[in-house]
Design a protein around this ligand. Structure first.
Ligand code: NAD
Length: 510
């Protein structure tokens, strides 16, 4: 049975969490109100970082970089290892803050902090494995190799829906790579950023090799993000958010030849084949489409179902949609918490109206609890059965809204899956090896993430995370994503006495 949080008791709990995590709100008090999506109430006020302080912060970050790049990488890894330990100690409090500020259910709030711990562990190991190739040369008595060097200051711009993990994917790698980090978090979740920064400072202050200002937080909206984008002192900008934001940021970064890591919107699909294990499929679809109230970049937004199993699967999904518990994300039996704000709710309603206008059959989608919490936006997730992939299906609506389409052969399903501007995550549910392998092949999914018999969301940090097309092409977290935070130098060393030129070129002087 869903319950909604009582209005008015979140400010005190937030202040207690912040104090334990090391944030003094008095110091951070400012003009920008921070609302909790749980009730809509104001839980704190924070200042925007003034322009002169931004300028100073970037100068200090550059100074920090110049010192940090000289510290051996395994020592840098030791700082990140200690930070991971601090996160383990602060996990419960930070997870609770994520729930209060971003609205995630408790297990997802804890999962997000666990993801930070995981990437710290990964980065610590990586700090001894920043390896370059040795390459065969065509010249006698020569050796060719590549070395990887720190890049500089890394700017991180993050979205509200992963208020701590996205920063850590970038920062843990950037720090072991020898870079300094400046973070502009979402204006909707500044408290999580202040808390993470406080935990980091607690560790860095006790680590002799760490210069001051290795990590900095700048608060504010798009303007504060733009300050990172436009400043030549920021060598790499990792920007996570909507494709609209990416469209503004990408050309500005390109105009100053800065390195960009773009992690933008998704429009993720799953294909359900006739041989699929439907018990597993229903659970996977429910988590991927309704989990995090549909507010993950990898949330499942399109379900492409074979006509032979359509009615059976849809019957089960309708029941799941009508019975899923929506309410206070802190309650142990809640699976769907609130939308982040009124804007998210109205975007969902606009999308539902457009779908209805195109003839869709909609289950769910209505607002819940508005009588007791007029400033919070809880919704029943919506299942939207469409006859065709209309334009409204081809753009991302950041809400629990799952469009369902029918298909009759796999080529058609793959065409539908790929026929959207975004290219983040995708799945196929099948027990047929040929179908699974076709989906993973060059003629299958065109996404950065392609899964079999699991949903598109909930990635682990060991793999490289990111997507193609309008998702921006960036990769973060595991595999070789670390290379984006370093610059590569190719070195050729002549240990002989002659000077043979490449490609047989001759150039003899007297
Ligand atoms: P958003 O685009 O509104 O904001 C994201 C961040 O960009 C915020 O910090 C914001 O202040 C900043 N920003 C906005 N305009 C800017 C500009 N012109 N210059 C510099 N900074 C600017 O996104 P949101 O609503 O916070 O998050 C939801 C979106 O993020 C969804 O589209 C979702 O798919 C996407 N997202 C993508 C990933 C990924 O890894 N691909 C992960 C999480 C979220």
């Amino acid at each position: 049975m869903a319950s909604f949080p009582p209005l008015g008791d979140l400010g005190a709990e937030t202040a207690g969490l912040l104090a334990r995590l090391g944030v003094t709100l008095g110091k951070a008090q400012g003009a920008r109100p921070v609302h909790s999506p749980l009730t809509g109430e104001v839980i704190a006020k924070v200042p925007d970082t003034p322009a002169d302080a931004v300028d100073r912060a970037l100068a200090e970050a550059q100074d920090a970089f110049r010192i940090w790049r000289q510290v051996p990488a395994p020592r840098r890894g030791e700082l990140v290892r200690r930070f991971g330990e601090e996160l383990r100690r602060g996990k419960a409090d930070l997870a609770r803050l994520v729930t209060i500020e971003a609205g995630k259910i408790s297990s997802e709030g804890a999962g997000e902090v666990q993801e930070m711990i995981d990437i710290c562990d990964f980065a610590t190991g990586l700090s001894r494995q920043l390896t370059g190739l040795t390459i065969a040369t065509e010249r006698a008595d020569h050796r060719m190799m590549e070395t990887w060097h720190p890049m500089g200051v890394v700017g991180v711009i993050s979205a509200f829906n992963f208020p701590v993990a996205v920063w850590s994917w970038n920062a843990a790698l950037a720090l072991v790579c020898g870079d300094a980090v400046v973070w502009k978090p979402s204006e909707k979740t500044p408290l999580c950023a202040l808390a993470v920064q406080a935990l980091f400072e607690r560790v860095a202050d006790g680590f002799a090799d760490a210069p001051p200002h290795l990590s900095t937080v700048l608060l504010g909206g798009a303007d504060a993000g733009a300050a990172l984008v436009d400043d030549a002192r920021v060598a790499v900008v990792s920007a996570t958010g909507s494709t609209t934001m990416g469209r503004e940021v990408a050309p500005r970064l390109a105009s100053r030849f800065a390195r960009a890591i773009l992690e933008l919107g998704g429009n993720n699909a799953a294909i359900v084949c006739p041989s699929a294990d439907l018990d597993l499929t229903v659970r996977a679809v429910a988590f991927a489409a309704m989990g995090t109230a549909g507010q993950r970049c990898t949330s499942l937004r399109r379900l492409i179902v074979h006509e032979r199993i359509y009615d059976t699967l849809l019957g089960r999904l309708r029941r799941a949609y009508l019975s899923v518990s929506v309410g206070d994300p802190r309650a142990p039996d809640t699976l769907v918490g609130p939308l982040i704000d009124a804007g998210a709710f109205s975007a969902m309603q606009v999308a539902l109206d457009a779908a209805r206008g195109a003839g869709a059959v909609v289950t769910g989608g209505e607002r819940l609890g508005a009588d007791v919490l007029p400033g919070a936006y809880y919704v029943r997730p919506a299942l939207v059965e469409m006859a065709a992939q209309e334009d409204c299906v081809r753009s991302e609506t950041f809400a629990p809204l799952l469009y369902v389409l029918r298909y009759s052969d796999l080529d058609e399903a793959i065409r539908l899956q790929n026929d959207v501007p975004q290219g983040l995550a995708s799945s196929i549910f099948t027990t047929d090896l040929r179908e699974a392998e076709r989906f993973l092949s060059a003629t299958g999914s065109d996404c950065g993430i392609a899964n079999v018999n699991i949903g598109p969301s909930g990635a682990e940090i060991g793999g490289a995370f990111g997507g193609e097309k309008e998702t921006g092409g960036g990769r973060e977290a595991g595999s070789d994503a670390w290379k984006a935070y370093m610059r590569r130098a190719t070195n050729t060393i002549n240990y002989g006495t002659r000077l043979p030129l490449a490609q047989g070129v001759t150039f003899e002087i007297e």
